[in-house]
Design a protein around this ligand. Sequence first.
Ligand code: CTP
Length: 413
Amino acid sequence: MALIGLGVTGGIGAYKAVEIVRGLQQQGHDVVAIMTANAARFVGPLTFEAITGQQVVTDQFASGTNTGIAHISLATDLDVLLVAPATANILGKFANGIADDVLSSLYLATSAPVMVAPAMNTQMLAHDAVRENIARLEKRGVHFIDPGEGYLACGWGGKGRLAEPDDVVLATVQLLNGGGSLLGRCVLVTAGPTLEDFDPVRFLGNRSTGRMGYAIVEEALVRGARVVLVTGPTAVKPPHGAEVIQVRSAKEMHDAVTSRVCRDKSPVDIVVMAAAVADYTPADGPQTSKIYRDGEELVLKLLPTVDILAELGVWRGGRTVPILVGFAAETGDAVGRAREKLRRKAVDFVVANDVSLPGAGFAGDTNIATLVSRNEMKEVPLSSKRALARVIFDQIERCLGSPSTAKEAGTST
Ligand code: CTP
């Protein structure tokens, strides 16, 4: 468990910092809030005190808070200093060594890594003064989380809003796990559905939302891996920090995956195929013009798609790298079918789940699964998709840890 100093400065995004506290706590960390005077005009310090369970640091000279000098004792205790939202003003102070309040003093006094999530008006963000300050801080090793784009509180549209709290939490936890167990490893994850177009307005799809795959991406990032996410179209935002390759059809997913994995000196050590890849696609490809209703029966001829995972299994042959993990979303006898897939696709293990069980379907945040490998079976009772992702990576790390794999994985990067 780490101690995270959360610097909150005076922007409308200050209210989102409350959600960031929650997210960090859910990852098992303690948070102490350091608020500038302007931040306290947006959100009351009491809110942060109640949610962090810690005294909020607002004034470095306040009577009663200086039995240990707050910005000095905090500076040595912190594991990370996170500033979210960070205004143009605080960036200017950090960049120029101005220490006229508790947060800017803390920045100078701490040797903890610093993560900054700027939030401001689009024009301010684009101004040379701000850009130069950011560049200067980056050169000094400060980490940045890019602001998001969209409608800003000032009425403008464009880049400048505070990054989503989930993304801020993830980036911070990643920074904390700088020496994570998958540091130096590259993980390729597929997620979401594939859509098979059969005319310019219609497609065959499935109910996958990508949530399970995205939870796997988050866990890999938190463990320090480099992550390539190949995702089908979904409404859910991919986690911050992965290289994201958007695809639509099974063919596009196949090409994106195999071009990265099936080549000499591929950097990919682990492939997790969480995508619900279409098994069939229209035989004649998408028609160029719309199919009109003529009252007659319509027969759509479908051809099987290439099984990506099975192709990876064949390509890997007798080697043990990359680790291959498949999913089996079934309705009934998930484990039996997973065993069959384990053999047929020559993978290390299959995550089997019965999507007809309550709590294990596509759209929710939970799952129930069994990890089926050649020699063992591990049941994971109803848990969050993120918790299941942790179990999956514990298993992957066991596979990586086997002596032959460790040796081979070392030479593949
Ligand atoms: N998969 C794949 N390529 C496909 C279809 C599936 O790589 N064209 C992967 C999925 O991402 C998943 C695993 O294979 O990891 C199992 O997918 P599933 O569709 O359940 O398996 P199938 O082999 O198609 O078997 P079934 O007959 O049960 O549909």
